[in-house]
Ligand binder design. Sequence first.
Ligand code: FAD
Ligand code: DLZ
Ligand code: SF4
Length: 517
Amino acid sequence: MVCNPSGGVLRLVLGDQLGANLSALEGLNPAADTVLMAEVADEATYVLHHKQKIALIFAAMRAHARALEAGGVRVRYIRIDDAGSTGSIAGELGRAIEALAPTRVVRTACGEWRLEAALEAFAQTQSIPIEVREDSRFLCSRADFARWSEGRRDLTMEWFYRDMRRRTGLLMDGDQPVGGVWNLDRDNRNGPARHLRPPTNPRTPPSHATRQVIAEVEARFADHFGGLEQFAWATTAAEAQAEFDWFLDHALPGFGQWQDTMLLGETWMWHAGISTSLHLGLLDPLEVCRAAEARWRDGRAPLNAVEGFIRQIIGWREFVRGVYWLKMPEYALRNALQADRRLPWFYWSGETDMACVADVVAQVRDHAYAHHIQRLMVTGNLAMLLGVAPAEINDWYMVVFADAFEWVELPNTHGMATFADGGIVGSKPYAAGGAYINRMSNACGSCRYDVKGRLQDDACPFNALYWDFLDRNAPRLAGLHRLQMPYKTLSRMTPEERQRIRAKAEATRLAMGAAPL
Ligand code: FAD
Ligand code: DLZ
Ligand code: SF4
């Protein structure tokens, strides 16, 4: 990979900016410009990412560099083992500026606040111009989201989503939603039917080049969480498209109906598994949504599936990213419920008798993936009920998932799963006892705990924790409209019963290792 002094424009491409239409590459002159890509220790270790995430990013970066070079573009590519590497993106930018003497630098805005702040600080130390362009992986710019949020008391995803439907024209009949309804979520909450069998997702077997990266990551990042044996992530746009085509044919039709369902030992089910490809720029969000819409218009997928899928992408994905950039850096420090406990060790080891939790932990170890309801209602819900400190929870979510980038992880964890943001993203905490998991999964049947029990030794731990959570947080939560029903039930319990629940919940927390920090 070439590194001649160019005098042209130096264009920075980060490991999650691998799309063909990246704004930093607009106007590229192959005769004069150089693209800088750098595998660096800082990005690989600012959290101890799952090994599969590092392997995915490095393999995708190398494939992208090869494709650019094949198209005649000069790439200065720094590998993780480069002896002269400074270990940081800013450091590598500095080294490239010195070596190539470019006329200016062009880069696309970073996804994460942390790196954007570091690169802004770096720019202050430089005399050459550094142009920062809009992040082309999203449909709604940061400025547009800020405008949308102006003057609103609550940032409700549903209103944002409807505006995005109007803006994109997706599933619209003129200015009305097709079918006359904006949101078909009420049709999308099925638990597992008897003998329910999800389609078998082939995913992407690693190429020769990817297997080489896997071996390097195994050697260099041996102390990071997770296994590499079952690595099956798309690392190029072509692989990502093939995975998505499979989803359109085999899983999209059932996506609506079964998107909240959990089955032990089943990983992908009716989910697309495309979050990494969207975040890395291997798939374009609007094209993905248009392809799904076409399936409905052709009669090959029902509206509840297609609407639900599109809502996740132009609704939730864009919304959480907008909230992140609107509220950072203060957002990361929020702890509305003053949670202060340790994360139990079994989140890492999987050593727990709770069948639902053990299944998710084994899955993230092997695949660096869990679907939304596993993240929200199993691991997230349990951590919230235990009162685990937000920093501990965020660290776990950032580590274990291949698709974990703070702009999407933090609003989901802080906002959706634990209510640490105090209600910016969600209007209530998604707290639930074992009954919810029993309804949506087949886990309880093979669990040592009794899902209906509350106080006895083998009672499902979610139950006492759930009622204790509501009780403990009543001053903050009892007024929330959407929690009126459970608080009414709680108010019918005697003081003695509530005391027994409190004692059982505390004993459960301590037995799990969720001691105060
Ligand atoms: P599908 O279920 O097939 O959905 C399609 C696409 O919709 C996804 O690829 C994703 O881009 C988008 N999407 C769906 N739900 C959300 C959502 N809540 N927020 C943003 N986009 C969404 N997603 C991440 O990409 N990275 C994370 O680090 C992450 N952390 C999460 C933490 C918690 C506590 C929760 C509850 C959710 C989190 N999510 C995160 C959201 C969601 O779980 C994943 O996007 C989804 O599971 C990815 O798998 P998929 O591609 O099979 O999604
Ligand atoms: C996640 C990641 C990793 C593991 N490694 C690199 C890297 O070596 N070089 C790089 O340019 N990007 C990497 N990334 C992605 C960055 O962390 C990502 O660009 C920032 O978090 C901003 O979103
Ligand atoms: Fe999970 Fe409780 Fe069901 Fe066991 S009984 S699988 S712990 S919800």
